[in-house]
Design a protein around this ligand. Structure first.
Ligand SMILES: *[C@@H]1O[C@H](CO)[C@@H](O)[C@H](O)[C@H]1NC(C)=O
Ligand SMILES: *[C@@H]1O[C@H](CO)[C@@H](O)[C@H](O)[C@H]1NC(C)=O
Ligand SMILES: *[C@@H]1O[C@H](CO)[C@@H](O)[C@H](O)[C@H]1NC(C)=O
Ligand SMILES: *[C@@H]1O[C@H](CO)[C@@H](O)[C@H](O)[C@H]1NC(C)=O
Length: 741
């Protein structure tokens, strides 16, 4: 079938989610691409950017994402070749990445014949005080790149000064456990590697699967102290893509290939599931082009949002977003996805921009599956540190991922060989009007006041969507004019499923543990959790902040004092040290969590503050001594508060892959440092328990959760008291005859 040849190769990766890519490349086994580092010989002549070995990039170049209509700004430069940094926090440009590459290519570290690869090349952010002092028009602080490089089996953390050309090694081999984020190139190579094994081929064929239909996923191995010791390994599991694009629903169950990730050698093949049939392809395809019933596809009339006077926001100099009373810096990041920096809100009284959050981003994800058997126990993914949450963020689809009024931002990332590449439309920014109400009041006739005052709620949304293999994570940062910031996570995409011999629940013995739900014939959706841990460097009116637990306590009245027996009072406890800031939420012992600036008070004397308003409160129930939970120790509490430390950004540690959990937020926080009247960082984990159900087959309707950062005594009064309502004359009605056809 045509589908087959089109589909010859798939690159994927995993966790709860994966990316897949079709290339027209041969099915032959290739050696690791590391020897090609710094080799620009296959540079495309039309572009000064060297052709990347990154297949994702190649794919986009060949098939620009225009199918769904042009984006709002078709004149936006796509190659980014002439980009220059304009803000201290702007990501590295194409030119700067090329300079890093050229500086490293002559560096002694890379002179050996040992294979080398760059696992991360990002801006080394200038110190906070320099960034805060900087104003538009000032010269930029020195531009530096932070690089994580592999040479042979050693890893080096380097700082490259782009002006002086100096390369400084800040961390060499010999630090603790763990390896850097995989490169896309090795994820791709790993999916090919099993085919070098005749045993692998034999078992595939013996299961009745055509070798040309096999699609494999690179699965991080976690750390369990056995085969993972002292070398970088990966597990590969495979699926049949025969008859469907949704090969995830057709697992070749129980077949696990253990690879040496440095050499791509097959170490071991575990082949336990031969008696389990590969589930069928019926009803697994989710592509619109495959839908045949027009009754089913046309449930709604088309809908869109109109802004007759255009959007109310601008993206200045590429990354600085100004909207209504907000201003913040926005950048794509290969590991975190998007980073929001220097979020400031304008005070309606003083007209000053006031600091709220210095930096907010997804620091790590932890996705443990709840099946302890051989082919499943290790599935305990950390999507940011292992796979790169930003690397997995594919181009957004105009009109469907983001509304027509959205603007898009590209990511500029670095391939393993040091060449820059562009991830188009990775982030979108748009104003959202969901028909909600910002505030309102009506008077009843008994007061004689004919009042109906309402303000519609319009928000600004920053969105990205990462497809970590099968799973899709939608991350929204939503800004409201009343000062609230909402961080929202949506889960969609495709379940990681397990093959089974069962076709109906009536075949399952009563005590038998399925570790999930039978979703379709021969398909079990395995129970799992998702934890998304946010790094929230709040700087409320400056960095001198404290964390205050405002605990609601029941008080009992004395006999005869009141007809009431009890009431609630708010008891404020300022956290002195990190342990006071380790919070497990309790429904029957509730608190508010304020970040305040004790040195800045309102007119009536309250300290200015923002509060973290929890939601998505699933907690990890795994044993704290379970190896995955040690590595995911940052989920042991819902909230943590640490003193600001530039090197404590990644909750699972800088080197997450196969880490033993020695460098996690849990370890840092146990130092119990002072956090009162300090520059502090709040960490919040949004959690989801997922017991799959049939509606999740073959692709899941989005499940969302969010938490808020909400002003608390920050403003003197409702900051949107004076804003105007909607008026009929401002909103011309779009007529349906304007629609062509
Ligand atoms: C496939 O591999 C063969 C043999 O290595 C080579 O000659 C051919 O050009 C390759 N085709 C593609 C599309 O890469
Ligand atoms: C396994 O099958 C693939 C695809 O047919 C083939 O390219 C490869 O050479 C085979 N491996 C071995 C060791 O025979
Ligand atoms: C931080 O605020 C506290 C309380 O207002 C004050 O005592 C302290 O001096 C301030 N520290 C700095 C560095 O401004
Ligand atoms: C900053 O963080 C690093 C990594 O956790 C740690 O080694 C260092 O001691 C920390 N510095 C302070 C002052 O806590």
């Amino acid at each position: 079938m045509e589908q087959k040849s089109f589909f010859r190769f798939l690159l994927l990766f995993v966790t709860a989610a994966f990316v897949f890519v079709f290339t027209t490349t041969n099915f032959s086994h290739e050696p690791p691409s590391t020897a090609a580092l710094f080799d620009c010989s296959d540079a495309s002549s039309s572009s000064p950017i060297c052709a990347s070995r990154n297949f994702l990039f190649k794919k986009q170049q060949h098939r620009p994402n225009t199918k769904n209509g042009p984006t709002t700004n078709p004149t936006r430069r796509r190659d980014h070749v002439s980009d220059v940094p304009r803000h201290p926090l702007d990501p590295l440009t194409v030119g700067e990445i090329n300079r890093v590459k050229s500086l490293l290519s002559t560096h002694a570290l890379f002179s050996s014949r040992a294979p080398h690869a760059l696992h991360s090349v990002v801006l080394e952010e200038p110190d906070k005080n320099l960034v805060k002092k900087w104003e538009k028009g000032d010269p930029l602080p020195p531009r530096k790149a932070s690089v994580i490089a592999r040479v042979g089996v050693d890893y080096h953390v380097l700082i490259v000064d782009l002006s002086s050309g100096r390369v400084e090694e800040v961390e060499g081999p010999g630090r603790g456990s763990g390896f850097p984020t995989m490169t896309l190139e090795e994820m791709n190579d790993a999916t090919w590697a099993p085919f070098s094994s005749a045993d692998f081929n034999r078992t595939i064929v013996s299961r009745g699967v055509d070798l040309s239909d096999v699609a494999c996923l690179p699965l991080s191995s976690g750390w369990f102290g056995k085969s993972e010791e002292n070398r970088r390994v990966m597990k590969v599991q495979c699926y049949s893509s025969q008859g469907t694009a949704n090969f995830y629903m057709r697992p070749i169950e129980g077949l696990t290939v253990l690879l040496d990730l440095d050499t791509m050698e097959v170490i071991e093949i575990s082949d336990t599931g031969r008696v389990i049939p590969v589930p069928g392809s019926t009803n697994t395809d989710y592509r619109y082009a495959r839908a045949s019933n027009p009754e089913e596809t046309r449930l709604l009339n088309p809908i869109s949002i109109e802004q007759p006077r255009g959007p109310s926001f601008v993206i200045e100099d590429g990354h600085l977003v100004r909207w209504a009373n907000w201003e913040f810096h926005l950048k794509p990041d290969p590991r975190a996805g998007v980073v929001i920096s220097r979020a400031r809100v304008r005070d309606p009284e003083t007209r000053e921009l006031r600091e709220v959050m210095y930096k907010g981003f997804v620091s790590e994800l932890f996705v443990p599956y709840m099946d302890p058997t051989d082919a499943w126990y290790f599935k305990t993914y950390m999507d940011a540190g292992e796979y790169g949450f930003g690397l997995q963020a594919m181009p957004l689809v105009p009109l469907n991922d983001c509304p027509r009024n959205a603007e898009y931002m590209d990511g500029v990332f670095t391939a393993a060989d040091g060449t820059p590449y562009v991830r188009e439309n990775m982030v979108c920014v748009f104003e959202s009007y969901a028909g909600d109400i910002a505030w309102r009041h009506s008077e009843s006739p008994i007061t004689g006041l004919p009042i109906r005052e309402v303000r519609p709620k319009v928000t600004l949304v920053v969105r990205m969507a990462a497809s970590v293999a099968n799973y899709d994570y939608i991350i929204d940062w939503e800004f409201q004019t009343d000062g609230l910031i909402r961080a929202k996570v949506g889960l969609s995409g495709i379940l990681m499923v397990k093959g089974t011999a069962y076709e109906n629940k009536n075949q399952v013995k009563e005590q038998e543990e399925l570790h999930g739900t039978l979703l379709s014939e021969n398909v079990i959706g395995v129970i799992h959790d998702h934890f998304v841990t946010f790094h929230l460097d709040l700087d409320v009116d400056g960095s001198n902040n404290s964390f205050v637990k405002v605990n609601l306590k029941k008080e009992e009245t004395s006999p005869g004092e009141s007809p009431r027996k009890s009431y609630l009072k708010a008891v404020r406890n300022v956290a002195k040290t990190e342990k006071d800031g380790q919070i497990k939420l309790k429904l029957y012992d509730p608190s508010e969590f304020h970040v305040i600036n004790a040195g800045k008070t309102t007119r009536v004397g309250n300290p200015t503050g923002y509060k973290v308003v929890p939601s998505g409160t699933a907690a990890s129930l795994l044993d704290h001594d379970d190896p995955p939970q040690k590595r995911g120790g940052f989920t042991n509490n819902q909230i943590w508060v640490t003193p600001y430390n530039k090197s404590e950004q990644w909750a699972g540690g800088l080197f997450t892959y196969q880490s033993k959990g020695e460098d996690t937020l849990a370890v840092w926080s146990d130092r119990d440092r002072d956090i009162e009247n300090k520059d502090i960082v709040v960490w919040y984990t949004l959690g989801f328990h997922h017991i799959p159900c049939q509606e999740d087959f073959p692709i899941m309707p989005t499940v969302s959760s969010s938490f808020d950062l909400k002003p608390v005594n920050f403003f003197e009064r409702n900051p949107i008291l004076r804003v105007a309502p909607n008026f009929e004359q401002d909103l011309p009605v779009c007529r349906s005859d304007a629609i062509p056809g």
